[in-house]
Design a binder for this molecule. Structure first.
Ligand SMILES: C[S@@+](CC[C@H](N)C(=O)[O-])C[C@H]1O[C@@H](n2cnc3c(N)ncnc32)[C@H](O)[C@@H]1O
Length: 230
């Protein structure tokens, strides 16, 4: 599967994709995320959905401390990096939360850049709590303990119809009843809506937010009893 599905231009909105780095401020820190569109395509730029999801995490409605977090299709890794920064060790001298442990995953081709971004943007004390690992959806799932994660993040990972079944299998494997899945998506095509219908057949899905500026929506999904519908 090609990693560069879109024609690359250097004007308009695409210009930002060609920048060697994108800069942000999250968790009180400047972040500089390296990009490499020309070599790696979609996995190597920061998509709007990643920024919307990171902003949502920073708003604080999800307690990240002491949580096991998995990011799927992390690309450059912004939400996973922000989760690691926000889920840092508390200051209470009595019962100190362990701090979020974040596993950022993607296909093998994307891992070198992802590792560099994690290394560049996490302070030394947070680095041991972040791991970068290969996870091609639906493959080698045995390497990830079933239901081991409290929070699963995915930004702009719903876009390739041929991956939908494998992505669903992956979500079913890594989620337990307690697991919260947060998917940030720009639903571009009818097939993207089809993914949500497939997801709703197995998870209780609810839209949490629509960012009008970017048309990115955040959905929560849980394996537990079906509740709200889209
Ligand atoms: C549009 S990019 C989004 C990247 C990043 N999450 C963001 O929002 O900036 C889609 C990501 O999904 C990953 N991806 C696509 N197919 C995959 C598969 N079968 N298994 C694992 N990751 C996959 C790509 O490598 C890429 O990093």
């Amino acid at each position: 599967m090609a990693l560069v599905p879109y024609a690359a231009g250097s004007h308009g909105a695409l210009a930002a994709l060609h920048c060697p780095a994108a800069t942000f401020r999250f968790a009180g820190r400047p972040l500089r995320i390296r990009q490499r569109w020309a070599q790696l395509g979609v996995a190597a730029v920061v998509w709007d959905a990643a920024v919307v999801l990171s902003t949502f995490l920073e708003a604080g409605s999800i307690d990240l401390r002491d949580r096991h977090v998995l990011e799927l299709g992390a690309g450059t890794g912004l939400p996973g990096i922000v989760a690691a920064l926000l889920g840092k060790r508390g200051r209470s001298p009595r019962r100190v939360p362990a701090g979020a442990r974040v596993t950022l995953t993607d296909r093998a081709d994307a891992l070198e850049l992802l590792e560099a971004n994690v290394r560049d943007n996490l302070p030394p004390e947070a680095l041991p709590r972040a791991a970068v690992r290969e996870l091609a959806w639906g493959q080698g799932l045995g390497a990830f303990p079933a239901g081991a994660f409290d929070l699963v993040l995915g930004s702009d990972i719903v876009y390739l119809e041929e991956t939908f079944a494998a992505l669903l299998r992956t979500l079913e494997h890594v989620c337990a009843a307690r697991t919260l899945v947060l998917l940030a998506c720009r639903l571009r095509y009818e097939r993207d809506h089809r993914f949500l219908r497939l997801l709703r057949a197995r998870f209780a899905v609810r839209e949490l937010l629509h960012d009008a500026g970017t048309d990115v929506r955040i959905y929560e999904a849980r394996k537990a009893a079906r509740g709200d519908e889209l």
